[in-house]
Design a protein around this ligand. Sequence first.
Ligand SMILES: NC(=O)C1=CN([C@@H]2O[C@H](COP(=O)(O)OP(=O)(O)OC[C@H]3O[C@@H](n4cnc5c(N)ncnc54)[C@H](O)[C@@H]3O)[C@@H](O)[C@H]2O)[C@@H](O)CC1
Ligand SMILES: [K+]
Length: 512
Amino acid sequence: MSDELLTPDQMAKADRLAIEGGPFDGYGLMLNAGRAVAAVVLAHFPQARHAHILCGPGNNGGDGLVAARFLREAGMAVSAYLAPAPREGGEVARALADFPETVRPLEAFCATAEDVVVDALFGAGLARPLDGVFATLVDKARLSGAPVVAVDLPSGVSGQSGAVLGAAMAALRTVTFFRRKPGHLLFPGRGLCGTVEVADIGIPRRVLAEIGVDLFENTPRRWRAALPAPDPLGHKYSRGHAGIFSGGPSATGAARLAAMAAARSGAGAVTLLSPASALLVNAAHLTAIMLQRADDPDHVAAFAGERKLSALAIGPGYGVGEKCRAFVAMAAGLRRERGLGLVLDADALTSFEGEPEALFACLNLGGVEEAGSVVLTPHEGEFARLFPGLGAHVGLSKVERARRAAARAGATVVLKGSDSVIAAPDGRAVINIHASPYLATAGSGDVLTGLITGLLAQGMPGFEAAAAAVWLHGDAGLRLGAGLVAEDLPAAIPAVLAGLSAADESFREGPR
Ligand SMILES: NC(=O)C1=CN([C@@H]2O[C@H](COP(=O)(O)OP(=O)(O)OC[C@H]3O[C@@H](n4cnc5c(N)ncnc54)[C@H](O)[C@@H]3O)[C@@H](O)[C@H]2O)[C@@H](O)CC1
Ligand SMILES: [K+]
């Protein structure tokens, strides 16, 4: 499946460009779309007693009317229901004229669990919350127990953001056209789409260049070429040296999880930077990971120079407060002066609650051309603390919120969740769906921080490192499944990386 994602506005432009360039006019595209919907219904619900096609006032409804005609021709018992009369001379009116049976008012819809419902009420043109008869149809469809096939999007789901406007259909399958939309990947929309199929309706690929696609699903295609591979003549320090700050004696586990993940990502050396009070507890648990006392920012800066540290992470289990801010400022200085990569997570983000500008200022101070990449990895709570005005309830899509945050901070932002968004300050963004709900477990985020740090230490640029780490973390979660605990994730990374290499191999060999 292609990984480009188009907003409803970009999709409207794709339709327009396709129609201008031919060979299909608007009605031709609608015929192709309706035919694709009918094919999905016939393939997956051939035993349905009756197909009920709910058609809205726009082109989504037109697709539904075309699907109704093809299903009828294929021998299915069909009822089509239509919103008040479509615009005269338009494509929907043409689809209506070509439907050989009488259509019924939407209010007449009534289905049973043995039937199938085609939801063609609204797609890309959804402009306001569903209410009145449309909200009633959502309830009726759910109560009927019949499977729902959504045309383009489940009605009520915003293609732009995945948000539910008022109420929304819950589909078992969704047939969309040309390319998926952000609303198919972002929750809650993703949870209402069921299985998403993308139908080719004759829109040529070339329109993508003209649209200027800037949002993608997070797939290896986006970062595979930048993933580090060891130099056969290299040594451990030439493979990157990652430093992870540990919290105090009762909060050391998070940093050790991150350190092990950094090592598994391929960094040649990893050092845990520990307060004196936690040296013994850390020493008792470490083998391949090195340990260094770190109570004074100046000493850490000197150590970073002597041992050629190439990336630092601070936050997991570190503790919120003045000391954390001081070490962040020191790390930001090393980033500017020596080009170290920097990952700020958890307590390092919360420490700047109420004064985020202080953080952004120290990240953006002069000399940034030479500076290493910075990646911030907030979950929604940390994000809202660091970016007031961009929290989940502001009415912007998760992609837009992450993009604005990245631009504000001058750093790559990983806005974590079941639909993590990774955004770069220059506007590039990906949505990750390659993950498992079992990853929602204590310590999982610390492992992600470590993976990003390890990849940055090996010289991978910030956006690519963050996107790759989120995918690798997700792949580990998918492989481990039920029962996984955070400790299992670093150990699963060799198999994840081997899987990627195997996929490369089959790609080089081509189809057999
Ligand atoms: N040529 C094209 O543009 C193509 C479009 N296609 C289909 O067309 C759809 C987009 O068509 P449209 O732009 O006409 O949009 P829609 O069919 O999604 O809906 C737009 C209409 O619904 C009304 N509306 C929006 N929200 C409402 C609400 N909550 N309550 C009541 N009325 C509401 C609008 O005023 C407008 O009349 C796509 O989703 C796709 O299914 C396909 O036929 C392929 C070709
Ligand atoms: K729909």
